[in-house]
Design a protein around this ligand. Structure first.
Ligand SMILES: Cc1cc2nc3c(=O)[nH]c(=O)nc-3n(C[C@H](O)[C@H](O)[C@H](O)COP(=O)(O)OP(=O)(O)OC[C@H]3O[C@@H](n4cnc5c(N)ncnc54)[C@H](O)[C@@H]3O)c2cc1C
Length: 320
């Protein structure tokens, strides 16, 4: 069976959930071979093996942390040369997409970004994308070179599937460009204790209807009961009520959680572009004619300051 390279996103050996989702998809099209780089790479092997990696190629070097993406592209190219895979899968983070694009260019391959599903096809893997502000769903496959495909977080379930996970040291020689852009400083973001917006299984968002920065506490309280990330519409962000990094939409982040709860958000096309592929959508809006109600699975017409705290309380009660 053909091998499929999966680029591993990890923090000091702790594998991030989108990589485990990639392993689920990789198994549909071949045998997953994981590529883990940098500090803690070898420590990823057990988790990757539990989720179907037949092989784990590792390489630890300071360059991966000290320089921007090129060393990682060099390593992935070396893995590609060693394995001749049927496809290369990378998670659709900002960094993941840059790595994937550079790799595809080097390989002379076609690339598909932001896939939301992946299946085996007679002439190579077929990727599903949600395009034009999610107005269309397309299926496509790469027709030149090794398909390089980036997949949005939450596009597949994490499914344990024990495999050998044989660890092999990858031989990498860095290119002249690898050390071209050095990381000169790092400031950790203040942690909210909530999951990362683009990876969260549940997102609770607030819009102009929240009517003030201090009122976002209502949204945060619901998010915390659900273990969710907090998102915001551009109107709320532009008003300075919530950080820009939390903006969902065409010019913000694109999310695809299992559950998206929008409160005080009208559902403008630019907002929908960033959340329409969510599995279940719930909206709370006091205007029954708000366009958000056209795409919801469950809608509540009401004042969010009445509805959301009740919902939060009910969840708290049921959790006991
Ligand atoms: C090029 C471009 C890019 C853009 N990119 C983005 C983007 O990435 N993300 C994004 O979100 N927008 C984006 N926008 C802006 C977008 O067009 C909308 O203006 C924005 O999404 C509106 O935000 P909103 O729904 O919070 O506000 P509004 O459209 O003003 O809607 C507020 C809603 O809250 C409801 N409401 C008010 N009070 C309450 C209450 N107490 N309880 C319940 N409901 C209440 C109202 O009925 C209304 O439906 C972009 C626009 C452009 C032109």
């Amino acid at each position: 069976m053909a091998e499929v390279l999966v680029y591993v996103d990890h923090v000091d050996g702790a594998v991030r959930k989108p990589t485990l989702e990639l392993l689920t998809l990789a198994r549909r099209i071949g045998e997953p071979v994981a590529v883990a780089l940098g500090s803690g790479a070898a420590a990823t092997a057990a988790t990757l093996a539990e989720h179907g990696a037949v092989k784990v190629l590792t390489h630890e070097a300071a360059e991966y942390a000290d320089y921007l993406v090129v060393p990682k592209v060099d390593a992935l190219q070396a893995a590609h040369a060693a394995v001749s895979p049927a496809a290369v899968l990378v998670s659709s983070s900002t960094e993941g997409k840059e790595i994937a694009a550079r790799l595809a260019l080097r390989l002379g391959s076609g690339i598909i970004t932001d896939a939301v599903d992946l299946e085996a096809g007679d002439e190579g893997p077929v990727a599903t994308q949600s395009v034009f502000a999610a107005a269309y769903t397309t299926k496509s496959r790469v027709s030149k070179g090794t398909p390089v495909i980036t997949v949005k977080p939450n596009s597949a379930a994490v499914e344990p599937a024990a495999a050998a996970g044989t660890v092999e040291e990858l031989s990498v020689s860095f290119s002249a460009q690898a050390t071209g852009t050095k990381v000169t400083g790092r400031t950790p973001r203040e942690s909210t204790g909530r999951p990362e917006l683009t990876e969260a299984a549940i997102v609770v968002s607030g819009g102009r209807g929240v009517n003030g920065a201090e009122n976002f506490a209502v949204i945060e309280a619901l998010a915390d009961q659900l273990g969710a990330a907090v998102g915001a519409s551009r109107a709320a962000v532009d008003a300075g009520w919530y950080p820009h990094t939390s903006q969902v939409g065409q010019t913000g982040k694109s999310v695809s959680p299992q559950l998206y709860i929008a409160s005080g958000i009208s559902g403008a096309i630019q907002h929908r572009a960033g959340m329409q592929t969510s599995k279940t959508i719930v909206a709370v809006n006091k205007d029954a004619e708000a366009p958000i109600f056209d795409l919801v699975d469950y809608g509540v017409v009401g004042d969010l300051f009445d509805v959301v705290p009740q919902l939060t309380e009910e969840i708290k009660t049921r959790k006991g």
